[in-house]
Write a protein that binds this ligand. Sequence first.
Ligand code: ZN
Length: 383
Amino acid sequence: MYHQVLQPVSMRICLVSAILLLVLLGSLHSAGVAQGPAEMIRVAIVKSAPSVTLSGEGLLALSDKGTPLVLNPPVAVKAGKDVLVIDGIGYRRVTFSASSAVYVNGKPYRGVAELLPAEKGILVVNELALDDYLVGLINCEISSAWPIEAVKAQAVIARTYALYRKEIRKASVYHLESSVIDQVYDGCEIEDSRAQRAVSDTAGEVLAFDNRIIQAFYHSNCGGRTEAAENVWGAAIPYLKGVDCQYCLAGQASSWEQRLSLHEIEDRLRVAGRKIGTLLDVKAGPRNHRGRLKSVNVVTSRGEHQISGDQFRKAVGYGVIKSTNFTVRVANGEAFFSGAGNGHGVGLCQWGGKQRALDGFNYAEILSYYYPGTELKKLSDIR
Ligand SMILES: [Zn+2]
């Protein structure tokens, strides 16, 4: 069923089945995977939107008072002042669900879509079974066509990452962002049977250190050596010390180039809150022994500023400056960046993991290599 492309269907809301379906939600898709109630996760899928459109087969809507709403899909929800506005009526919260997937702005999602008024528009939180989330996520992060052991490593590490975030954000409206800030997640449209298999074959498995769920950072391509957490975020973590990884060099080109005008970099630094003058030059600062820049020197009309490598990437754009392992040269008002690797470099190197799987290692071996000292555990054994 996961090969099936889900198509939006507009149907009148069926009130009769509303309560029954909501009771079933959350256990349906993960039935057979876990015993007891399914582990749920809350992911922010839309933020600060002036309006959101909802549709789906058998679409159901409940107000914050639990009252079913009679609406004709597609339902347009607009942001009001501290309320959601539907057909001219204001609500504090509306929860949507559908028989197979609820479509949010045309994209299908498992579970429910909860709409809330937020400071700058509408916030949409997708609450769904954790394993359904993982199946949808796999093809956003890697490709399920990769060797199955690499896909299983991704499933375990994404589950571990999500549960860690859930624990520390348990009092928040949602646990995870759906972007590279946490894990890239774009709904269930790209679920497939191999992603499903990787999730069910590793059901309930997480990586632990001292019997606690680890902070399972991971990245695309380390460019030859993974990075210690302290070199990126300043805090030392025993299982994130960095390891040699030549494996990623065999696959996808790990080098990248980028050209940006000084004016553009200046704008981005300013938007990120840097109080700088006119940007005159960008220079590589000192490097750590893994070749990554500890800092970047920014020369402006008001003097020279040192910005940490990670903060520079964050300001200019993680997708633009793909790693902190780069050289830079400035000529004629333009900066030419030339770098290696993709991502912060901490934890699992996805492309390295792919090559390790091709070399015959299983997912447990791949994970213990990138997170030394950790153990693969059943969640039920450490809670
Ligand atoms: Zn690597």
